[in-house]
Design a protein. Structure first.
Lengths: 372, 325
């Protein structure tokens, strides 16, 4: 017999307890470095949701996390640990930028954007497919290979921005700006043209694309044959073989989807705001995707909620930096680290306690298979 | 001309040793942890935390020894956290390691800023607060010997204590791992924990001891960066060295001496990149330092994929041990 929790406890209460513990631990830390944790929390919430334009920024950051969180989650379902979101997003940005730089003198802006988006997807997918193929065919683990691929991608970008792609006559490592109009429309300008007034923020069309991607991932994983095979391959390789699973194909396709989702993150940052390739535009968002996926229990709805939380943390964290002497933006990394620790590595710590209270006993799969 | 080239070569070898030192210490830490079956992605974070702690304590107390000791302590504390999550609670080892790396990035900058208000840095240390280079006897007079003199003066003399500690750590790791009862048990726990458990030895106990040793070594690596090689802590000063050590450990197939060689190779590439930056080479032209720095990662991917040689990780790596009754 194995005890399982009712869904609302498993999906709602347990993550909530984890987040609460994280906030308490972070609060204690803030008190130790000599600031008031309660006023910090107020400043953070105000800075993330209430101030003029704050919500736009929160959702803008959330867009990055939706993409990278979905990327990690899709791979997780096939029991593949894709730590390479950071590198895949960088390569996505590179693919997008190359397309824009080559085509924007000759094609109209909207066509350039239409071609740049699939290139970002393709390059991200490529940076996921190579580690996937290496695992399937050569037996090297996706986990280690994607770590190495992050560094390789970052070195390639550093090299390109130091010389071949640098804006002529400039010292800072970035490309020239894309031509006028090669960008994704920001939501406040769209709303302004149809008569609603929204405060200005970098929130752009990528956000709606991220929502679409979340729905797409749900559809893929729970409503298609491929998704069924991906999930089955994560549970039991033997069961998956009966479902028509080809080990190589599934690993490669899963990593392609995962990489493509991470590559799409570049749309939000490069095409939505910077309109040029800059060094380090991924800023660790690929790694944050791991925290988002863990907290969101690898489900698109959970990932949307976790992305909102992280978006608020990043935006509110910037506000903390302004208002407090001894708190810096990096406090967000501490919160993120604690979230990964408590809802990832220590996920089983609070479970036994909750099982004592809420458990519903049911025969486990193992017992059933032994009965034969 | 020839003597100039020779000097350049000797200086590069000298730099190789300096740059390889943190890699060696970290990779030995990785060997202890992973040979016992615990994946350690958190080498990077523990090194960063201990670099910060060493520089902070050295700046406050003025003693590099207290800096080193507290660096080792903080690194062991985080090793124990890693152990608590992965050994006691059977959590995912990679996830726990990532959490520690994130915490390290956040904690070092935030605490550093709260203590010193220098934007995450620590104050510059004087020579008395650091592990200064140790000049061997006659180093300056032997320099005069043509050709070989500079090897003694530059490569052998003039390193700080922790460089020697790193080389010693390889020897100690080899002896402990391959020649002691503890080492035998540690390797057995990493291959077939059931067998060790059947023999009445605690799997959990051995694994905790392994991660503690890893913590001590990582602490030394961090202290080397901030109070021996450098003279203060800079934010993100480990800059991926923990991951390079991980690559070196895989490259050396989890065995101490080959891992040392891999660390020296990666250190040499780093030293070479620093020297060749912007230099016009005959036939080749200018080599990009960024591209040389990719090599360790590319080599590791190629090796892992079995295109050159074969890697065999410990059998039970990454698998939490569940005692069956």
């Amino acid at each position: 017999m194995e005890r399982t929790l009712p869904p609302w406890v498993d999906m709602g209460l347990l993550p909530l307890i984890n987040v609460l513990v994280v906030f308490v631990v972070t609060g204690i830390f803030i008190a130790i470095i000599g600031e008031n944790p309660f006023s910090a929390l107020t400043v953070m919430l105000k800075g993330a949701f209430i101030d003029k334009g704050a919500l736009g920024y929160t959702l803008f950051y959330a867009t990055n996390f939706i993409f990278t969180g979905l990327a990690v989650a899709v791979a997780f379902h096939a029991m593949l640990f894709n730590i390479g979101g950071e590198g895949q997003a960088m390569m996505g940005g590179l693919g997008l930028t190359m397309t824009a730089l080559v085509l924007d003198p000759i094609l109209p802006p909207f066509l350039v954007v239409l071609l740049a988006i699939p290139m970002a997807t393709l390059m991200g997918a490529l940076w996921g497919v190579i580690p996937g193929w290496l695992q399937a065919k050569r037996g090297s683990h996706v986990l280690i290979t994607t770590i190495m691929f992050n560094f390789i991608a970052s070195s390639i970008i550093v090299w390109l921005l130091a010389g071949p792609l640098i804006e002529p006559g400039q010292m800072s490592p970035q490309t020239r700006s894309f031509a006028d109009g090669v960008q994704l429309a920001q939501l406040h300008t769209i709303f302004n043209t149809i008569g609603f007034s929204l405060p200005s923020s970098p929130l752009n069309v990528s956000f709606t694309l991220a929502l679409g991607a979340s729905f797409g991932v749900w559809l893929l994983l729970w409503r298609t044959r491929l998704g069924y095979i991906i999930r089955a391959s994560g549970h039991s390789k033997r069961a998956a073989l009966y479902a028509g699973y080809s080990p190589t194909g599934t690993i490669v396709i899963t990593m392609a989807i995962s990489g493509a989702l991470a590559g799409l993150m570049a749309l939000n940052e490069v095409l939505g705001v910077q309109e040029r390739l800059t060094l380090n535009f991924t800023a660790g968002y690929g790694f944050t995707g791991i925290a988002v996926a863990l907290m969101g229990r690898n489900h698109p709805v959970g990932i949307l909620l976790a992305s909102l939380l992280f978006g608020a943390l990043y935006q509110g964290g910037a506000e903390l930096d302004f208002q407090f002497q001894s708190i810096t933006r990096e406090i967000v990394l501490i919160v993120q680290g604690f979230i990964v620790l408590f809802s990832g590595a220590l996920a089983h710590m609070f479970r036994p306690m909750l099982e004592k209270v809420f458990a519903t006993a049911k025969p486990s799969h193992k017992d059933v298979s032994h009965d034969k | 001309m020839i003597s100039d080239l020779w000097l350049q070569f000797v200086l590069t070898i000298d730099a190789t040793l300096r740059l390889a030192t943190p890699l060696i210490l970290c990779a030995m830490a990785g060997i202890f942890s992973e040979r016992s079956g615990i994946i350690d992605i958190s080498l990077e974070g523990k090194m960063l935390l201990s670099a910060f702690t060493a520089a902070t304590m050295a700046a406050i107390t003025g003693s590099p020894w207290l800096g080193l000791a507290s660096a080792m302590i903080i690194s062991v504390v985080f090793s124990l956290l890693h152990g608590f999550a992965c050994i006691s609670h059977r959590g995912n080892q990679v996830v726990s390691g990532l959490a520690i790396n994130m915490l390290a990035s956040g904690l070092t900058v935030t605490v550093g800023n709260a203590l010193f208000s220098l934007g995450g840095q620590t104050p510059l240390l004087s020579n008395a607060q650091r592990f200064a280079p140790i000049a061997f006897p006659l180093a300056e007079s032997l320099r005069q010997i043509p050709g070989l003199g500079i090897i003694y003066t530059e490569v052998i003399s003039g390193h700080n204590l922790l460089v020697w500690a790193a080389l010693l750590s390889v020897f100690i790791t080899r002896v402990v791992l391959l020649r002691s009862t503890f080492g035998l048990r540690l390797r057995a726990v990493g291959e077939t924990p059931e067998a060790v458990d059947t023999a009445g030895i605690s799997v959990v106990g051995i694994r905790y001891q392994a991660v503690i040793i890893a913590g001590v070594l990582c602490g030394m690596a961090g202290a080397y960066l901030s109070i021996a090689h450098g003279a203060s802590f800079l934010r993100e000063m480990t800059a991926g060295k923990g991951y390079i050590s991980l690559a070196a450990m895989i490259f050396g197939n989890w065995r101490p001496v080959p891992v040392l060689m891999a660390c020296l190779l990666f250190g040499f590439l780093d030293a070479l990149a620093a020297r060749l930056g912007g230099v016009d080479l005959p036939w080749i032209g200018q080599l990009s330092t960024d591209l040389i720095q990719i090599l360790p990662y590319v080599l590791t991917v190629v090796l892992l994929a079995g295109f050159i040689g074969k890697t065999t990780p410990p059998g039970a790596i990454g698998v939490p041990y569940v005692k069956r009754r």
